[in-house]
Design a protein around this ligand. Structure first.
Ligand code: G3P
Length: 220
């Protein structure tokens, strides 16, 4: 399973890249606005930090403008995935850019039917938003299960399931259980994946006992 970080905060991306476990980055217009950074400069900087896919979302919503923006974004770095909304125009852009060899991440997916049409449009990634579905009383992870089942039934679908709008580590665990290809998580959730109170407690005990033993593995 691949881990992407869902942020436009360069300091956070650098810190997580140091773990060696970061496979890519997703951004969206809200995260970019929050960063206060120039979008193009920001995307170039992020793409130089992480070798894996970096999602950069178009700002327009009509086909011609999205196509022009997507073509430009794809020139910023080799590892750009152009992110488009799951609309008829967005899928048309997806089909065109994918045919040119550009990775496309189709975002704002809330149904299995939408995931099917995105796969048919040649998306490299489909981004179902699990947390936003949970927020309105639906079951976000049930959608992931449904999409994974459908995609597995059609080997010609090469689209990767990118679980987005992740709210807690259990979303990641369930996504992995279902065989989803990628989870994109806010930085705090990626850090939570490493933690368990029994690990902290056990380590403190081992450190104390090792000190009591008076031994050293390497001579001073
Ligand atoms: O970047 C897309 C998605 O992960 C957004 O998540 O937390 O705004 O629902 P959220």
């Amino acid at each position: 399973m691949k881990f992407f970080v869902d942020t436009a905060d360069v300091a956070e991306i650098k810190a997580l890249a140091e773990t060696g476990l970061l496979d890519g980055v997703t951004t969206n217009p809200s995260l970019v606005a929050k960063s206060g950074r120039n979008f193009i400069e920001l995307i170039k900087e992020i793409a130089a930090i992480v070798p894996g896919p970096v999602s950069a979302e178009v700002g327009a919503t009509d086909f011609d403008a999205m196509m022009a923006e997507g073509l430009y974004l794809s020139t910023l770095a080799k590892n750009i995935a152009v992110k488009v909304p799951l609309t008829p125009a967005g899928l048309r852009v997806c089909k065109n850019l994918s045919a040119r060899g550009t990775m496309v991440n189709v975002t704002l997916c809330f149904s299995a039917a939408q995931a099917i049409v995105a796969a048919k449009a040649g998306a490299a990634f489909i981004s179902p938003f699990v947390g936003r579905l949970d927020d309105v009383g639906h079951n976000g992870m049930a959608l992931i299960q449904e999409i994974c089942t459908i995609y597995k039934a059609y080997p010609a679908f090469t689209t990767e399931v990118l679980v987005a709008s992740v709210r807690h580590p259990q979303h990641v665990v369930e996504a992995a259980t279902m065989g989803a290809h990628v989870a994109t998580c806010p930085p705090a959730i990626i850090r939570q994946l490493f933690n368990h109170p029994l690990t902290d407690k056990g380590l403190a005990q081992f450190v104390a006992d090792w000190e009591k033993s008076g031994q050293k593995i390497l001579a001073a």
